[in-house]
Design a protein around this ligand. Structure first.
Ligand code: ATP
Length: 499
């Protein structure tokens, strides 16, 4: 097959096929040709994703005395979504091309055009276009959005024509019915964000945990959005996972905390190994209905800088709406003295939210780790080495243990090493194929250490340890393996950068 001339698309294609071929991400129900925008995590993918989730969880709950966790249900009372504004306004503007019958997000077509201007060095034009789009969306002028698409001569990438329909709003929530009989059934929604599970439990947690403002509630869980266009692999899915934290603060102090979390979250992404020059802030021009400040942290994917996390100052919008609709007070009594020496008293707290997609973080991590290096094979011929340069704390498998040959007691010795390490680390044993091939397989899944048991091991209880990135090999006493691996793969090394 001829290579795609677009190097960025090529690089994403390589990542997608690597993820599939080596057990990270599979298309959902692939034997039935898959389900668009839904993916399954394979045996190594789930380990990597779990490591990312654990790190996030620990960064939130262990490094902050005043942040605690929660695991709310996916189904919630339908009024939740009335209060949050999702029933009325969780919409995306969509547009169809009449010739290709393909559907697009109207705003994304225009954003892509702006990105094109930027790539051509026309930054002002890009900025103007985004500002115009922001204003049109803010005023709900869908006709204006269509006119902008036409004026910019944006064509459908499939048909190449500009035979567009009008722009319409499309609600992104999935709904289903609860109750077995039609007459008592009612519509419920699959949550489009995990945040509302936190808001409706704000007082439960505050009271039972005796929490004082400021405090945070962190949650990891599935969210569902009927995205109009699902593209770019696991970047935009219809079922995905969010890691969200709502930080409840005194009204008037939200900007201080917004600045704090904005900085803290960028540090997290750097600490897990995403390079500084591939991360940037993007302040929102158009604010969501609930926010008085919002910024995205963007990562430079092969398809450009795109959001991986949103930090939003959500004011008291959500708690107030729930208070109004449920008729249950959502207030906190603040005993601390104000500037006049009197207690602050009762108020509905303001909220600063950090919201990162576990799947987007996974994709960013995978893109960043994917490495190709020129090397030579056993006969000295040029050969490319592909490996995943994952932070050892994130790597799905920490060490692979190989007997050099399948005889003379080496497998038994290697299994002893396996037994020694497996309660502490995710390690695997492999005895098939030549040792070079076994190294290659571990490189492809990012295993930081390969431990080879050879004849010398039988004599002096040492093994060779091969390091993934340098391919250098050291002779190490079996008794020292636990400490060596433990130090390298520990999440502590990441978390201590965040203290
Ligand atoms: P986008 O503008 O890309 O649609 P968003 O602004 O709607 O994203 P938020 O509502 O702020 O996203 O959600 C917080 C985080 O959840 C995002 O930063 C992203 O990492 C993740 N996320 C949102 N939608 C999806 C999706 N369809 N697939 C995967 N992750 C998602």
């Amino acid at each position: 097959m001829a290579d795609n001339p677009n190097p960025q698309e090529n690089s994403l294609r390589k990542i997608i096929s690597h993820a599939k071929e080596y057990g990270f991400v599979f298309p959902s129900s692939e034997i039935y040709d898959g389900l668009q925008a839904v993916y399954d995590y394979g045996q190594y993918g789930v380990e990597l994703k779990n490591n990312l989730k654990t790190l996030w969880w620990q960064a939130m709950t262990r490094l902050h005395d005043n942040v605690v966790g929660l695991d709310a249900a996916i189904f919630m009372h339908p009024l939740t979504w009335k209060a949050s504004g999702h029933i009325d306004s969780f919409n995306d503007p969509m547009i169809d091309n009449r010739d290709s019958k393909k559907r697009y997000r109207a705003d994304v077509l225009i954003e892509d055009q702006a990105a094109q201007y930027e790539r051509n060095g026309q930054a002002d034009q890009a900025q103007n276009l985004l500002q115009t789009l922001g204003k049109l969306l803010e005023s709900g002028d869908l006709n204006g959005v269509r006119e902008l698409i036409v004026a910019e001569k944006i064509t459908c990438p499939v048909s190449g024509t500009s035979n567009w329909t009008e722009v319409r709003q499309f609600n992104l929530m999935f709904s289903t019915q609860v109750g077995s009989l039609a007459e008592d059934s009612s519509t419920v929604y699959l949550r489009p964000e995990t945040a509302q599970g936190i808001f409706v439990n704000f007082l439960n947690v505050q009271k039972t945990g005796r929490m004082k403002i400021p405090f945070g509630i962190a949650q990891i869980g599935k969210a569902f959005r009927n995205e109009i266009v699902a593209r770019q692999f696991i970047f935009r899915m219809r079922e995905f996972e969010q890691m969200e934290m709502q930080y409840f603060v005194r009204p008037g102090q939200e900007m201080l905390w917004y600045a704090y979390w904005k900085e803290a979250r960028l540090r997290f992404h750097r600490a897990i190994g995403l390079p500084a020059d591939k991360l940037r802030y993007h302040d929102h021009v158009k604010l969501a209905h609930y926010a008085n400040a919002a910024v995205d942290i963007e990562y430079e994917f092969p398809f450009g800088f795109k959001e991986i996390e949103g930090i939003h100052s959500r004011t008291d919008f959500d708690l107030k709406s729930h208070q109004d609709l449920s008729k249950k007070k959502q207030q906190f009594f603040d005993n601390d003295p104000d500037e006049n020496g009197k207690p602050y008293g009762n108020y509905v707290p303001y909220v600063v939210e950090t919201s990162v997609g576990a799947d987007r973080l996974f994709l960013a991590t995978l893109c960043n780790a994917y490495a190709e290096e020129a090397g030579v094979d056993a006969e000295g011929k040029p050969k490319e080495r592909v490996f995943l340069k994952l932070h050892p704390a994130l790597a799905p498998v920490k060490a692979a243990i190989f007997p050099l040959v399948r005889k003379d007691g080496l497998p038994e010795k290697a299994r002893e090493v396996l037994k020694l390490l497996r309660l502490d680390f995710n390690v695997i044993y492999e005895e098939r194929d030549a040792i070079g091939k076994r190294y290659t397989r571990q490189d492809l899944i990012g295993t930081p250490f390969c431990i080879a048991v050879d004849y010398q091991s039988l004599e002096d209880n040492t093994v060779t340890v091969r390091h993934r990135d340098s391919t250098a090999q050291d002779r190490v006493a079996i008794a020292d393996l636990k400490a060596l691996i433990g130090r390298e793969v520990s999440m502590e090394r990441i978390l201590e950068q965040l203290e």
